[in-house]
Design a protein around this ligand. Structure first.
Ligand SMILES: Cc1cc2nc3c(=O)[nH]c(=O)nc-3n(C[C@H](O)[C@H](O)[C@H](O)COP(=O)(O)OP(=O)(O)OC[C@H]3O[C@@H](n4cnc5c(N)ncnc54)[C@H](O)[C@@H]3O)c2cc1C
Length: 402
């Protein structure tokens, strides 16, 4: 039987940060992960370059049943604090777009920074450690652990759950944190895949799958929410940053609106073209505005599936027809069938209900000594480095109190 002040389950972004902070306070810390290595999601993140934070991080970039819950932690450990840590370790980085900061080199640099800081802070890290039964008793917890075929038990005063969400199970993601929360009678907001591609039904797919690989900048809306970024047609439906962003807001049965030419009033452009070059074919005009494959598809689909008839020379097209064509581009309405699910989702919506936790310490109100941090909590960031900033900030906050 081993005894620590703090046991942290999950050596991802949040768990590593909490371990460093608790270790700096001279708390003895055991950090456990069932994966072979710490920080596996950091390693694969941002296409291998880790979009580690966002210059514009603010509470508005997070979804939660309680949108105010994230405010305190984000204020106490900001994007500037993490940037200072990166700079202190001499890691070169750049802003890619929209405030998103990436390593110039590799995401492995972030993992080695965190592991170095863990070593400095005296953290004991066990990877390949299977966590078994967790029990509460007077003054703390005991955690059963199996490692290298040997069974052990660790006791602690503070137990931190940093096991993330169930997205990408093949990376070691589990619903362990939710099960543990429920075992202690804490409410869990039902988890849903987020930042995930959307799929089409078979009939729509049959019409659109030949567009797979086409990408363009678009504005996508769902209810009152709107994002402007790149959109990508896939073999299953739609993806690209703008779709991943909207997927966090989309619910089954809802329609989304896509503006395929957000900087242009297509009706006005078509009218202008009709006066300036009446003999030109509609498909050639649209091919100047949109990727050619998409332009041809729109013309063929409108002629075949609406009552617009043949759409040839622009001179032959009435205002009414031009309006219908423009609407198909400036306001394409589509009803996705679903999402690609946890298999490809970058994050999970929902998680441990924030009402159950202190926003200052992340301790469960009903269970003194039990903490939940990172993605396992019902706080989910937009795409663009916000989810890591949440992991760093919540890990930092809990690290001050465990
Ligand atoms: C492909 C991909 C790319 C991403 N890119 C970015 C990006 O560039 N920027 C960004 O901000 N966010 C990105 N994200 C999201 C980001 O990775 C997560 O939000 C973040 O890792 C959450 O940190 P966490 O510490 O809460 O959980 P995780 O990083 O998921 O860590 C949880 C840890 O707990 C361990 N664990 C789980 N269950 C158990 C168990 N039963 N016993 C022991 N250990 C367990 C896991 O092995 C894991 O190491 C990406 C996600 C994916 C999937």
């Amino acid at each position: 039987m081993l005894s620590f002040d703090v046991v942290i389950i999950g050596a991802g972004a949040a768990g590593l940060m909490a371990a460093i902070e608790a270790g700096k306070r001279k708390r003895s810390v055991l950090l456990l992960d069932h994966a072979k290595a710490a920080g596996e999601k950091i390693r694969i993140s941002g296409g291998g370059r880790c979009n580690f934070t966002n210059l514009h991080t603010a509470p508005a970039n997070f979804l939660s049943q309680n949108p105010r819950f994230c405010v305190s932690a984000l204020k106490r450990y900001t994007q500037r604090d993490f940037i200072a840590l990166i700079e202190a370790h001499g890691i070169a980085y750049h802003e890619k777009t929209l405030g998103q900061l990436f390593c110039d080199g590799s995401s492995k640099q972030i993992i080695s920074l965190l592991l170095q800081e863990c070593r400095k802070a005296g953290v004991v890290l066990w990877t390949g450690a299977k966590v078994g039964k967790v029990q509460k008793h007077n003054g703390g917890f005991s955690v059963a652990i199996e490692r290298d075929g040997e069974r052990d038990k660790a006791t602690c005063g503070s137990l931190v759950v940093a096991t993330g969400g169930p997205s990408i199970p093949k990376m070691g993601a589990t619903g362990f944190g939710y099960d543990l929360a429920r075992a202690f009678d804490l409410i869990v907001v039902p988890p849903l895949p987020a930042l995930v591609p959307l799929t089409f039904d078979e009939a729509t797919l049959a019409k659109l799958k030949h567009l797979a690989g086409v990408s363009l900048n678009a504005v996508v809306t769902c209810g009152k929410t709107r994002f402007a970024e790149a959109l990508l047609f896939t073999h299953r439906g739609l993806s690209g940053p703008v779709i991943l962003q909207i997927s966090s807001y989309w619910r089954e049965g809802e329609e989304i609106g896509v503006n395929l030419l957000p900087d242009d009033d297509v009706f006005a452009l078509l009218k202008q073209a009709r006066s300036a070059r009446p003999r030109q074919e509609l498909k050639s005009i649209l091919s100047e505005l949109l990727p050619r494959r998409l332009a041809l598809h729109i013309v063929e689909d409108l002629s075949a599936s609406s009552n617009l008839g043949a759409l040839g020379r622009i001179a032959d097209l009435s205002d009414k027809k031009l309006r219908r064509i423009a609407a198909a581009i400036n306001d394409w309405r589509i009803l996705p069938k679903g999402t690609e699910g946890f298999r490809t989702a970058e994050v999970t919506l929902g998680g441990v209900d924030t009402d159950e936790l202190s926003s200052k310490t992340f301790e469960a109100k009903k269970v003194p000594g039990l903490y939940f941090i990172g993605e396992v909590v019902d706080v989910t960031g937009h795409l663009g480095g916000y989810n890591f900033q949440w992991a760093w900030a919540s890990g930092y906050a809990a690290g001050q109190y465990v």
